[in-house]
Design a protein around this ligand. Sequence first.
Ligand code: FES
Length: 198
Amino acid sequence: MATGQVRLNTPAGSGEQQGGKFSRRNLLLGAMGVSAAAFVASFSVVPIFVTKVLQIEVKEIAAGDQLVYSAAANGKAAGDPISASDIQQGKSIQAFPKGKSDNQQNLIEIVRIAAGSGKEGLVAYSAICTHLGCVVGGTLNAKGEIACPCHNSQFDPANNAAVIGGPAPRPLPGLPLEVGQDGTITAGGLFNGPIGVV
Ligand code: FES
């Protein structure tokens, strides 16, 4: 060792013993290792996130579901039970199955067919238009038809929601109803066809 030099008391092969150049390389390699670990860790988190998203439950209508107001009407609030007596002849109400209003595909149009048609009574259909999926009007038009505000398709509530006019390619799917002794309305089954655009 030359005069004036100081021997560093470090383990053999350490970065300090090998000089500053190698210390910087070790630091660089260490940083790369941390980055790689973070990169791998990020991929291990993504599937957990995706799994959480895919676990969101879609609540579909089921037989026995009670039907409730989709919006305030007749002095009732959204979510209140619909009574059969709430729907006058030639009028309609839009409804959701209770607790399932998050799924717009569950929206229902309940109609009481006007007297004189020979088909008086309550009927119900999907409120999602079969043309491009708009929500049909909540009230019947002047002819007593279910009408879609988007492109003016019209459906006949007294004839299984058959298409009367407009671009809709097929009727609105029907929903069987059951009316309890207390007047509450429940779904008697499922829609008899696919909802909206197919
Ligand atoms: S979406 Fe209803 S007529 Fe087009």
